[in-house]
Design a protein around this ligand. Structure first.
Ligand code: UD1
Ligand code: MG
Length: 457
């Protein structure tokens, strides 16, 4: 049985925030949810989050997640005390029972590193350690003459010789569950901080003849904790640099890897080009040869091969086919489904609408709640009047229709195949196929009309 305990009871005073620290985000998601990714990827049998400061807020934020249990730690008397609060929730079935302790404010530990920690353990205890040039503040890994780990000594309890040790405890530990419970019951707070240290279990394991091993993180960002907004911002950049590196390695061209933000999952085909300042949120898929211009925001979208998205476009929950051209300054809202070879130009907003193959809306339009066929031309200034203040209605437009500029389509309304709607029409009744439909005040010229002139005194 694999148990995961995530320590998240600390105050996070240096965040200067009303929000509990573990709810602060990296890459658009709370730190705690990043930690949970790792826990779930390990296929844990149980996940216990130890909460304390802001417990209600943390629980509320994760209340929908059925696989979590919470243990309340009140007051916070140290990391060992925190794990004690989770103890009764740790599962055992006698077969390779292990408990992994993670920190809620160390969000980016990767699965491969956790796997390496579990592999290192060999039924005993394993500590994730690191060599730091500046180890001040960390618990030090003390080894015997044979080089075996014999204890972790906290910085505040350490003498000069121990403080000279550069190998530090990252805080992430894997321990056999039954023994862990026994060790936890033996902890005391006779130390410089008057806290129950989880790290004291290392000495106990050694005394019990339990094997103590170490593993190391694959990348240094994995074990960085967040205690302040400065550290949060630094970790955000490191993580984004990592996201950029992963994209570059799969063959994506990034105009500038330092100006690239993924807050979710971005999957790219071959020869994708992404210009500077783009933000990708949720699940975004860009097929082969897609080009994304500068300063675009794409959230939960799927873009077909060869499509170009020009500068400053905003796409949210939309699908775009192949060889389409979007933007500059286009806005695709939820439910926009654009077929192959469609063109959507500047200041065009499309919502809950399907736009058929080869159809175009090139300038200044609002198209909402519409089903539009193939090869339709939507003129500049066209507006679907889809909302009467209470209800939404649909507009349907057949293939090869031509909607003249500044047309208002008062839904529900249908435009037949091949119909032409004259510019300036307010369409309140269905327009028949292949005919010209026009609604326009008849143009007159007032002969002899004079502009008013200012009276001179
Ligand atoms: C701890 C380790 C130290 C290690 C360092 C790595 C102990 C005694 N020390 O020190 O060896 O080098 O982390 O960063 O374990 N927490 C609770 N309840 C508590 C206390 C802490 O939930 O009562 C949580 C915090 O929210 C945090 C984590 O545990 O997520 C670590 O706490 P922190 O105070 O940062 O530990 P350190 O003293 O830095
Ligand atoms: Mg502390």
């Amino acid at each position: 049985m694999l148990n995961i305990v995530i320590l998240a009871a600390g105050l996070g005073k240096r965040m200067q925030s009303n929000l509990p620290k573990v709810l602060h985000t990296i890459a658009g998601r709370s730190m705690l949810s990043h930690v949970l990714d790792g826990a779930r990827a390990l296929n844990a049998d149980s996940i216990v989050v130890v909460v304390g400061h802001g417990a209600d807020q943390v629980k509320a934020a994760f209340s929908a997640q059925q696989d979590l249990q919470f243990a309340l730690q009140q007051p916070q008397l140290g990391t060992g005390h925190a794990v004690q609060q989770a103890q009764s929730l740790l599962k055992e079935d006698g077969e390779d029972d292990v408990t992994v302790v993670l920190y809620g404010d160390v969000p980016l530990v990767q699965l491969s590193t956790l796997q390496a920690l579990l592999d290192a353990r060999k039924n005993g205890l394993a500590v994730l350690t690191e060599i730091l040039e500046e180890p001040t503040g960390y618990g030090r890994i003390v080894r015997d003459q044979a080089g075996r780990v014999c204890a972790i000594v906290e910085h505040k309890d350490a003498d000069a010789a121990v403080r000279a040790i550069k190998e530090v405890n990252t805080g992430i530990i894997a321990a056999p569950t039954a023994a862990l419970k026994r060790w936890l019951s033996q902890l005391n707070n006779n130390n410089a901080q008057g806290e129950y240290y989880l790290t004291d279990i290392i000495g106990m394991a050694v005394a019990d003849g339990v094997n103590v091993e170490v593993a190391h993180p694959q990348a240094s960002f994995e074990t960085l904790g967040v205690n302040s907004r400065v550290q949060q911002a630094e970790l955000e950049r490191l993580w984004q640099a990592e996201q950029a590196r992963r994209q570059l390695e799969t063959g994506v061209t990034l105009a500038d890897p330092a100006r690239f933000d993924v807050r979710g999952q971005l999957t790219c085909g071959r020869d994708v080009f992404i210009d500077v300042g783009c933000v990708f949120e949720g699940i975004v898929t860009l097929a082969d040869g897609v080009r994304v211009g500068p300063h675009c925001v794409l959230r939960d979208v799927e873009i077909g091969a060869g499509t170009q998205i020009e500068a400053y476009s905003h796409l949210d929950q939309a699908q775009v086919g192949r060889d389409a051209r979007i933007g500059p300054y286009a806005r695709l809202r939820p439910g926009a489904r654009l077929a192959n070879q469609t063109h959507v130009g500047n200041f065009v907003e499309i919502k809950n609408t399907s736009l058929g193959e080869g159809s175009k809306a090139n300038h200044l339009a609002y198209v909402g709640d519409a089903d539009i066929g193939a090869r339709v031309n939507i003129g500049a200034g066209t507006i679907t009047c889809n909302y009467d203040g209470v209800n939404k209605f649909r507009t349907t437009i057949g293939d090869d229709a031509f909607i003249g500029s500044d047309t208002q389509l008062v839904a529900p309304v249908h435009v037949g195949r091949g119909a032409t709607i004259a510019a300036g029409t307010t369409l309140t009744k269905d327009a028949p196929a292949d005919q010209l439909t026009i609604s326009r005040v008849k143009q007159i010229t007032v002969v002899g009309w004079k502009r008013p002139v200012k009276k001179t005194k």
